[in-house]
Design a protein around this ligand. Structure first.
Ligand code: ATP
Length: 497
């Protein structure tokens, strides 16, 4: 593989995603919305394949897990109990020099009082790092505004009337409205009809714990698994789909007897790391990192991240936390509903502890694309240097499992290629029929989008039924019967490697 620099690699992925139909900027024709993305015909398949693999491995292959699919908008008390209303915030800071806005907890650290050199309007200046111990991530200036807490939850209002609009209308048409009245009405809006788009899928699984327990007859240790959209009004959206305001999560709440939390935390860390390593080309680019004491939430006994080596450095793909009985306890208290479990054998009632492996599906799509991207230099048939781009996706995750290609647009070849493609489709395997452009260009296109097999039908195929199966990764070509090629595609599409 040729050496591709990290920044170039992410740019190439972004470009490939748009060019081929993996990911598009949301609302592009209106200038785009930086914080949201749309998944095209290939992106949606890759995302679904990752989600299906997760669901199959974590729900269908286990006896101790049940699936769940909650509403995005829940009772506002859910967020009051969980602490999100008061505490789900990031520290927001404004740079007084370049005017950029950033997250204090992600800013570059320097010792307080250290002298730092930075640029203002192309001039080099010196400054001292303030007591906060960080500088602006964009221009390195230590001249910063105060830290403010910024709640990440998107708020909206339930009901046929928009009370905020009503108030605005009242303000513009009624000069007698006092500030006190406006404040009072705003408070009423917040208390009355305000609801929130969920910032994580997790809370619904705590809130419905008793219903799940009673309808499934499960007993700890057991888990609830859910895949779904979450929304966060992020201060900074960054690195393409890595941090967006609308994204998907794959979360598990695993309920265990309190005295066994350590064992189960270790178990889930190992399971989850091995899960990623099972379908990628470079398993060493996935690691487990234990949180420092000062990173831990006040209720967490311990927390680990599964990091991926992104082009900008190691960064989080999944968090695995031991949350104790914090969530069940909070909801039990505010709702006045018993959420404990009675252990018949031990004859005691307890609130289970929770281990939470919480993964980002959207982030996983990016990691899988980065892991699969390869380039190599070669010479084309005219003797010119060419770059071969290869997306080395596991066949299980590849959006299209095989491309059926008539060598030329001949009626017999088209008919046979279409027939073989349909045989795969009837077995539920997603394949493509493609007769556009030269065969070389079609091979290159399918290498670039990660199609594991290109199956070519030629003049001879129409007589003997044999086709050429080209392997994406090795480019070796094997002649075999059309039916055997179909069987190969069908069996490989359920394989991880
Ligand atoms: P970060 O530190 O990157 O902001 P987090 O620790 O707040 O992430 P969690 O609350 O633990 O994230 O959420 C679980 C997972 O959800 C993360 O590991 C990540 O994969 C995904 N995730 C969180 N926020 C976003 C986002 N804005 N865009 C895409 N994925 C996200």
């Amino acid at each position: 593989m040729t050496n591709v620099s990290p920044q170039t690699k992410i740019n190439k992925i972004v470009s490939l995603c748009k060019r081929r139909g993996y990911v598009f900027q949301s609302s592009e024709i209106y200038g785009g919305l930086k914080s949201s993305y749309d998944f095209g015909h290939l992106g949606v398949e890759l995302k679904r394949n990752i989600a299906d693999l997760w669901w199959q491995d974590l729900v269908h292959r286990r006896d101790d897990m049940v699936g769940f699919d909650a509403a995005i908008i829940m009772h506002p008390k859910v967020w009051q109990a969980s602490g999100h209303l008061d505490g789900f915030s990031d520290p927001l800071v404004d740079c007084l020099d370049c005017k950029q806005r950033f997250r204090a907890d992600k800013a570059p650290r320097h010792p307080a009082g250290a002298t730092i050199t930075y640029q203002v309007k192309n001039m080099e200046v010196e400054g001292k790092v303030a007591a906060c111990g960080y500088v602006c991530p964009y221009c390195s200036s230590p001249r910063l505004g105060d830290e403010r807490q910024f709640n990440l939850m998107f708020q909206t209002n339930l009901g046929a009337v928009n009370p905020v609009q009503d108030l605005l209308n009242a303000i513009s048409s009624d000069d007698t409205l006092t500030l006190a009245t406006i404040r009072q009405r705003l408070r009423k809006i917040n208390k009355g009809s305000a609801v929130y788009l969920r910032p994580e899928t997790a809370q619904a699984m705590f809130v419905q714990f008793m219903n799940v327990l009673q309808t499934t007859s499960k007993k700890p240790p057991f888990g609830i698994a859910q895949i779904g959209k979450s929304f966060r009004n992020e201060i900074v959206t960054e690195h393409f789909i890595f941090r967006a305001c609308e994204f998907e999560q794959m979360e598990i709440e695993y309920f265990v007897p309190p005295d066994s939390w350590r064992k189960w935390l270790d178990y889930w860390c190992e399971q989850r790391l091995n899960w990623y390593r099972g379908f990628v080309n470079q398993p060493d680019n996935f690691r487990l990192r234990q949180h420092e004491e000062d990173e831990l939430a006040h209720y967490a006994q311990a927390c680990y991240d599964i990091d991926f080596k992104f082009p900008w450095g190691w960064d989080e793909l999944e968090g695995i936390a031991s949350r104790g009985d914090y969530d069940l306890n909070c909801h039990q208290r505010l709702s006045q509903t018993k959420l404990s479990y009675f252990d018949n054998q031990a004859g005691k009632r307890y609130l289970p502890y929770v281990i939470e492996p919480s993964a980002g599906l959207t982030r996983c799509v990016l990691a899988v694309l980065l892991d699969a991207y390869e380039e190599s230099k070669g010479i084309d048939s005219h003797g010119r240097e060419k770059t071969r781009v290869l997306l080395k996706l596991s066949p299980r995750l590849a959006p299209i499992k095989a491309a059926f290609l008539p060598l030329v647009k001949d009626e017999g070849q088209i008919k046979l290629a279409r027939h073989l493609a349909d045989s795969c489709r009837q077995q539920g395997v997603h394949v493509a029929y493609d007769d556009n452009q030269s065969i070389g260009k079609r091979y290159a296109k399918h290498d670039e989008i990660g199609t594991p097999f290109a199956i070519t039908v030629d003049t001879q195929s129409c007589q003997d039924g044999l086709v050429t199966v080209r392997d994406r990764d090795t480019t070796t070509q094997t002649r075999m019967a059309g039916e055997a090629a179909v069987a190969k595609v069908v069996s490989c599409s359920s394989n991880l490697r």
